[in-house]
Design a binder for this molecule. Structure first.
Ligand SMILES: [Zn+2]
Length: 460
């Protein structure tokens, strides 16, 4: 039985799917105005491990991840500029920004061996669905209009604080500190469903016609509208980074449950922060690290994936280049170990059970990784080890099978060097034979002489 910590109930719960056939999983995706940083990517890896765990347990998963390409302001609330339009002056420029950072995000997912979501709907392509939901909220007297915007009336949704567990007064305190200038706003914690392109947003580039005049949607409504379209009113699991719990996820629940009259998501999984120098990443102090920075420093993206596997998703992870180096070393050791294994056959049952229990227990990846190393050090045959590791890798995603296969294929240049060295050795030309051994090594292989001849090993 799978168990997850449900942020909504603040308890570990047995996972009971709505339907055994297919699990509905929604993840809040990126706002495509900049490169994703490794903190964002930790959240994406958490969702990937969740999805792979569901699949490992025999479920099919309909995984929807949105692309935010409109309406996310520089604050996560209702103030500031539209992040997308900050450095753009025309619609073409906005489209360029969207394309550039969506492409970069998708290539980060590929580099980290994250399974592509079943769908990645864009907010800007689902304006009709967002308008439709706001219209429903109006009909139910939960939305109201001012000269500047359409708001969600939080007083009409008494369970507004159920995800955060905070007192409503405390949530309001935070909202009051923002610069609120709209005299028609009823309550400081009310949030925007639709911005009218008037006042400070009169030059907003992306704009659509709506029953409330020209404008653009607030950030939160897109997730409610698109999850409804692709997963239905109620779906199984909603995953997100912990920083989105309030206001974003809180507002998603309020909008969806008010409009649909049904429960939104049954389980909420929130991934903890990745810290740099024990603090939140910030552009200003140079701690905003991208996957490209990781690659530029000579690390493999899968070393970052390995690092994420070594910490539980509900624990803060302090990133350092030293910890990444340790992850890279561990990954290289893993590859070195498996490269000499015999072809996969059989299985190591007790290790498989231990592994299955670890992942089923709220995605306990650190324990699953420990099980992997216990298996490697065990007395099992290398065939059974490899077969079992390939199974584990359905979750880990460290490309164990590919690496093992590639290690068995000797590049032609290395084969030639080995042959030349054999001749040199027979002719007792030790100087030449040593030079050839060096050449083999610089091609990534270690050659050792043994009593039975030579042994060749790929170097990781
Ligand atoms: Zn969202």
């Amino acid at each position: 039985m799978l168990k997850f910590y449900n942020s909504l109930t603040r308890k570990i719960e047995d996972f009971k799917p709505i339907s055994e056939d297919k699990i509905g999983l929604y993840t809040c995706g990126p706002t495509v105005y900049n490169y994703a940083h490794i903190g964002n990517l930790r959240t994406m890896l958490m969702a990937d491990l969740l999805r792979r765990t569901l699949e490992y347990n025999g479920f099919k998963v309909n995984h929807v991840m949105n692309i935010t390409d409109v309406g996310h302001l520089t604050s996560d609330g209702d103030t500031g500029e539209d992040k997308l339009e900050k450095n753009a002056h025309t619609l073409d420029e906005v489209q360029e920004v969207i394309k550039k950072y969506t492409d970069s995000f998708v290539s980060d997912l590929t580099a980290l061996n994250i399974e592509p979501p079943s769908r990645m709907p864009k907010a800007s392509e689902h304006i009709a669905q967002q308008i439709e939901m706001i219209r429903t909220l109006f009909e139910k007297d939960i939305a109201y209009e001012s000269d500047d915007a359409v708001y969600f009336d939080v007083a009409k949704f008494p369970e507004y604080n159920k995800l955060t567990g905070q007192k409503l007064e405390d949530m309001m305190l935070g909202a009051r500190q923002e610069v609120v200038k709209d005299p028609k706003k009823r309550n400081p914690v009310d949030f925007v469903l639709w911005f009218k392109t008037v006042g400070r947003y009169k030059n907003h580039i992306q704009r659509w016609i709506s029953p409330w005049g020209e404008g653009f949607p607030g950030w939160h409504i897109e997730c409610s509208a698109m999850s409804k379209k692709y997963l239905g009113d109620t779906f199984d699991i909603h995953a997100a980074g912990i920083d989105l719990k309030f206001p974003h996820n809180t507002n998603e629940i309020a909008q969806s449950e008010s409009a649909n009259g049904k429960k939104f998501a049954n389980y909420w999984l929130h991934g903890e922060h990745l810290l740099v120098n024990e603090g939140k990443m910030a552009k200003s102090d140079g701690t905003l690290i991208t996957l490209q920075d990781v690659i530029d420093k000579g690390f493999s993206p899968l070393a970052f994936r390995y690092l994420i596997l070594t910490s539980h998703y509900r624990s803060k992870l302090n990133f350092s280049w030293e910890s990444l180096q340790a992850a890279q070393n561990a990954l290289n050791n893993l590859y070195q170990e498996i490269s000499t294994f015999d072809p996969a056959k059989g299985s190591a049952k007790s290790f498989e059970t231990e592994f299955a229990n670890a992942i089923a227990n709220d995605l306990d990846m650190p324990r699953a990784i420990a099980t992997m190393w216990d298996l490697i050090k065990s007395e099992e045959t290398t065939s059974a080890k490899l077969a079992t590791l390939i199974k584990f890798d359905e979750i880990f995603g460290l490309k164990i099978k590919d690496v093992w296969t590639a290690a068995k294929v000797l590049p032609e240049t290395v084969t030639k060097l080995v042959e030349e060295r054999e001749i040199a050795r027979k002719e007792k030309d030790f100087k030449k034979s040593d030079a050839l051994r060096q050449a083999i090594e610089s091609n990534g292989y270690i050659l050792e002489d043994t009593v039975d001849g030579y042994k060749l090993k790929k170097k990781f």
